[in-house]
Design a protein around this ligand. Sequence first.
Ligand code: UTP
Ligand code: MN
Length: 498
Amino acid sequence: MFCPGLPLARKRLRAVETRVQSHAEVKFQDIRLYLVEKKMGSSRRNFLTHLARSKGFCVEDVLSNEVTHVVSEDHQASALWAWLKGRGLKDPLKTQVLDISWFTDSMGAGKPVAVESRHLILDTLPILQDSTPTPVTVSQYACQRRTTLENHNKIFTDAFEVLAENYEFNEIAGQCLAFRRAASVLKSLPWVVERLRAVQDMPWLGDHTQGVIKEILQCGRAFEVEKILSDERYQTLKLFTSVFGVGPKTAEKWYRRGLRSFTDVLAEPSIHLNRMQQSGFLHHGDISMAVSKAEAQALGNIIEEVARAITPAGRLTLTGGFSRGKEFGHDVDFILTTPELGMEEPLLLAVIDRLKQQGILLFCDYHASSFDMGKLPCHRFEAMDHFAKGFLILRLEGSQVEGQELQRAEGDNRGWRAVRVDLVSPPMDRYAFAVLGWTGSRQFERDLRKFARVERKMLLDNHMLYDKTKKQFLEANDEKDIFAHLGLEYTEPWQRNA
Ligand code: UTP
Ligand code: MN
């Protein structure tokens, strides 16, 4: 039997049909070739089959669903694909259909070479002939789509995220946003995208994004993405921006100076790290490790206890990704407030002070409140809101986390870890807007503001909702009030993972 891993009955059957290639001769167990005789002719096919087998390749004589690489000299893609499908290939998308150049390159290299765009014989049928209707109409606004954490199209959205990030590093904001929007649309689909036709009429899926989808559908990955992932500049910028306090601008500056690693940065005498970056480097191992839900809850208990000791009216709300149901996050976001207007900022300061006394405040970047209702409405969106807030790093003891070990690197036995925590303190009458703004996701928020502006002539941010037509502020006690003002169906936080 020349290929391992087949069910017995099949093996026996196959032994009759095929020439024997002993187990030991197969060097590349994961791939099974099939050479298409059409255009190639039977004698050349025999010759190539011998050649490949002599180099340790497994070559099937019969086309079956076990075949991973179909090699053809027939360049009429549509005819070739029609023939392949006619031969009953169950899942043609899982099989790579390749030009003879891939085979020649592989024989030259003595091993299967990586498949590249130029090797592919692409199936034009799904694009030209497939008549599957787009089954749903998808809103252009993320706030009108329901997006749970169950992402059926991760293979595409991960690729889009790499492209978006690379555009962000290159400061091409439009393209960056385009890929984030496309990813957001695909995340909202309750089904897997299996053919291009299914996404053709969807919002934000233009030529470039469709090209990427097409490539992934046909060969499992996109070359543009692979190229970025192996790019030194991308890898370095990704590494540098993983440090708390280092944004794309600083990362780029360091890269341009020839720095490639943390050691390079730390050894460079002319670089002056600010306080945030110093803490970022100091706690990088911990902070770059995901925070679990149990850890987030433990931190909530600690902060709540501290706040209650200061005032029984203190109220702490978990927001951000964890309030959308995420199991892991990069930080923990809390809103801290009190019904007594004007007392929220002193409360936040007192809480931070107590955390410091307890010895668990490893870092604090405090931003005093610059909130002034008299200066609203603000017509342009600002990345940071005006509420009092602290960007903290807290020390969490393993013993404080219920029923679970701390997330930590292998071999780390310290018994504690550092966690990034954001604490925001809006006045109670701004609470609903602050919760809505901090629950996220970023894309959901972006589209909520855009929807308000474009569709309703209203201004929305973390502080307020303003009706430009009526020239009045619209008040809200909770998030539901805000959705109602906007004439939007209420969307639960776990449906906002856009
Ligand atoms: P995060 O960056 O914490 O993201 O911002 P996340 O959704 O919780 O995901 P991970 O797990 O931590 O990575 C949470 C929300 O808070 C808003 C952001 O827009 C986002 O929607 N935010 C953040 C503000 O409104 N203002 C800020 O200054 C920071
Ligand atoms: Mn967060």
